[in-house]
Structures are given as C-alpha cells and as structure tokens.
Design a protein around this ligand. Structure first.
Ligand code: ZN
Length: 201
C-alpha cells in the first residue's frame, strides 16, 4: 500500500509539491485508492479539492463516486486550464478519470506541483484497444510516484491489467461501465470472444 512520503519539513518555505499517479484498468480500484489518500489528507486538516472531466456524468454530477459508495464531492471541469484557478487555495489536488482531460492537463499538473501542491491523479492507463490512454503516459512520466493497481480477470481469475469491451461500439469514450466492459488478463484480452469457447461461460 502506498504510504505518503514525509515531504513536510519544519520551517520549510516554500513547501515542495509533487505528483502521484494511480493507474490501472477498469475495476482495479483506482478511484477507491484516490479517495483513500484524499480522506487521509482531509483528516490531517489539509485543504483538498477533486476535479474530474465534465463529460463523465455517471452517478452524481457533483460527486466523485467510487464503486463502493465511498464518495468525496468533486468539481466537473470542461477545460484543464480551469483547474489552475479553482485549485489556488488547495494543498492537495485530486483528479479522477484523468485520461479524459485535454492535453493541457500535463502543464497544469506540473505547475500545481511546482507551486507546492500535492497532486494525486487517477486514470485508465490503457483504452479498450490496449493502447496508452490520453495524457496518462505523460502524466506518469512527470510524476514522482506511480502506482499501478490491478483487477482480477473476469474470465480466468489471473491478474488483470486490460479493459475489454463487450459492446461492438468503436466510440472511444463509452461510459456506463459494468455491463460493457470486463477486466481481463493479457491472454484473455487477446483471445477476445474466443474465451467463450475455451471457458464455456
Ligand atoms: Zn484471463
């Protein structure tokens, strides 16, 4: 489990910021881990704020909601630039579904960390084709800490790092996850529909 480094030194002025990335497939617990870290910061009386891309309208408009109902309120934003203004008073900035932000998000996160903030980013590292998703590769590169979380393959029970799309749609952004995607290991992801023959599900 990720344990926060002790970046805070006495009389440190200005404070040092840093970037953490939590990435993985669908059903890997990214959002739960983001919420866990933010709740710890909140308990320590640090000022936190969460942002998510405005296009994600699953569940609550104003709330980040993880799959176990453990939620923290968040602000939906259309442009990554808005975060710089909205996060001015925060000590800890959380981003969820970061793969959907525009490419300006990399510069925004860099600046937030440079100005002394802790930035925690959660997002899908790969899309349904198994390709790097949006700006996640860049964000992982500039982060001090990267945590890759895993799901369990819904076909064979191995460790899963891929999000397999069951629906035939080739739309890049397809929301409403549980019925349209499966977490799969590399082998079952590559087998695609052929897993049905092999495992007679
Ligand atoms: Zn598998």
């Amino acid at each position: 489990m990720f344990v926060e480094p002790s970046h805070r030194r006495e009389h440190q002025n200005p404070r040092t910021g840093w970037i953490e990335v939590i990435c993985g497939s669908m059903f890997s617990g990214k959002t739960e881990e983001l919420i866990r870290r933010l709740n710890r910061a909140k308990i320590a009386r640090q000022k936190i704020q969460i942002f998510k891309p405005a296009l994600d309208k699953r569940y609550h408009e104003e709330n980040i909601v993880s799959h176990n109902d453990n939620s923290i309120s968040s602000i939906p934003v259309r442009l990554s630039q808005q975060i710089s203004d909205l996060a001015q008073d925060c000590e800890v900035v959380g981003l969820d579904e970061a793969q959907f932000f525009d490419e300006g998000i990399v510069e925004v996160c860099d600046q937030l960390a440079n100005s002394g903030k802790r930035v925690i980013i959660a997002g899908l590292d790969m899309d349904y084709l198994g390709k790097p998703f949006g700006c996640m590769p860049q964000l992982m590169a500039i982060a001090e800490y990267v945590t890759k979380v895993h799901a369990i393959c819904m076909v064979c029970g191995e460790v899963a790092s891929h999000s397999y799309r069951l629906s035939p749609s080739n739309e890049h952004v397809l929301l409403g996850e549980t019925d349209m995607y499966e977490a799969r290991c590399r082998r079952c992801f590559n087998l695609g529909e052929k897993t049905a023959e092999l495992y007679s599900r």
